[in-house]
Design a protein around this ligand. Structure first.
Ligand code: TXA
Ligand code: MG
Length: 356
């Protein structure tokens, strides 16, 4: 299959080109598109055969359910049933935006969208290109992140092509995704609203409206995929081995990273570091590749560069990547989660490190 690339300037959307892409999507094509979180690879959510092709294109595990994307709120009752009032309250406050809600799946949505579950994940993205495409498609669109299964999510068109060129029909390249971390997933089907995945909408923002929100116990360090489909521990991984350093004293953490980098280099390994702006000048050794994520307190910058830098270091042929975990507040919770998974459990505690 040839993957066509359509470049769209989000500030000047080519309506005719988007209308054609929407028609293709509706007719069963796989179309990757930008959202404010990460790129998604979409299929008509009401077409079971098209949805099955997403799993094949991504080499995605069949037990990992997919999020359905909507253009407008009235579509919600066409894909979900028994919608609680709370869902509308949250939608009014946070949609369009990086929040995914788990509701009861409407029987007209094919079961394979949800990997056979009776529930459905749904969100309304804020990116203007995503909104234009979803409006043009005139159908709800099932779209997982546009990366090969277990690889870092795609935050730019180039990442999508690196993983899915020849495996999807069309890529709409609308430039880099601004948040760079996937949406926050909130389950509304149980007795208490429960956070299943920390993401682009900080949990504190949700808790301001919903103090009763629960973070699924043990989630961040969980090795159990069954309780949470798709939440496999090894996920979002670069090819290189990632070593995660965790501690409250960033200078002590930096010194440990420097020592470990020198030890690995002496052993002949190719080593990269994803550093904060504050750490970068303190790190260095011949052959060491240091990439800067952003200021320690600028979690939005760190989040937006995380997956891109993992991919860049892979491309540079690095075998080991060292990185420090930010504190678990705000977007830091989602960043820690992605790093913890990318590290597949290789966490080095420095001093009295916070628990992941
Ligand atoms: O920001 C995002 O959410 C991006 C963009 C493209 O919208 N999408 C995304 O999709 O990250 P994906 O497939 O990579 O992650 C979807 C997550 C998975 O962890 C999956 O387990 C969870 O949502 N999920 C989907 N349906 C679910 C359901 N019915 N119950 C529980 N979890 C569900
Ligand atoms: Mg994903």
């Amino acid at each position: 299959m040839m993957t066509e690339v359509l470049r769209i300037d989000p500030a000047r959307i080519d309506a005719a080109a988007i209308a054609a892409a929407g028609a293709r999507l509706r007719a069963g094509a796989l179309v990757a598109f930008p959202t404010e979180t990460v790129y998604g690879v979409g299929a008509n959510a009401l077409d079971a055969a098209a949805v099955a092709r997403i799993f094949a294109a991504k080499q995605r595990a069949l037990n990992d359910p997919i999020i359905v994307h909507l253009a407008a709120l009235p579509q919600l009752e066409t894909v979900a049933t028994d919608i609680p009032a709370l869902a509308y309250t949250l939608a009014e406050r946070f949609w369009p935006g990086p929040l995914t809600l788990i509701l009861q799946r409407h029987p007209r949505v094919p079961a394979n969208v949800s990997s056979g579950l009776l529930t459905l994940a749904v969100r309304m993205p804020a990116h203007p290109v995503a909104q234009a495409l979803l409006t043009a498609a005139e159908v709800p669109v099932a779209a997982p992140s546009a990366n090969l299964f277990t690889r870092p999510s795609a935050t730019a068109g180039g990442h999508v092509l690196a993983d899915l060129d020849g495996r999807i029909d069309l890529l709409i390249d609308g430039g880099p995704a601004s948040i760079g971390l996937e949406s926050t997933v909130l389950d509304l089907t149980g007795a208490v609203p429960t956070l299943l995945r920390p993401g682009g909408l900080p949990v504190e923002t949700l808790q301001a409206l919903l103090p009763q929100v629960q973070v699924r116990p043990g989630y961040l360090a969980s090795t159990q995929a069954a309780a949470a489909p798709g939440m496999l521990l090894k996920h979002y991984s670069p090819r290189a081995q990632l070593l995660l350093f965790d501690g409250t004293d960033w200078q002590a953490v930096t010194a440990h990273m420097q020592a470990e980098a020198r030890r690995l280099l002496a052993a002949g390994r190719r080593v990269g570091i994803m550093a904060s702006t504050e750490q970068a000048p303190l790190l260095g050794a011949p052959g060491l590749l240091v990439q800067t994520l952003g200021g320690q307190a600028d979690l939005a910058a760190v989040g937006s560069r995380l997956f891109d830098l993992m991919r860049q270091l892979d491309q540079a042929g690095v075998e080991v990547i060292l990185v420090a975990a930010p504190p678990a507040a705000g977007l830091g919770l989602a960043i820690r989660d992605r790093l913890y998974r990318a590290a597949a459990g290789r966490v080095i505690e420095v001093g009295d490190g916070e628990r992941c």
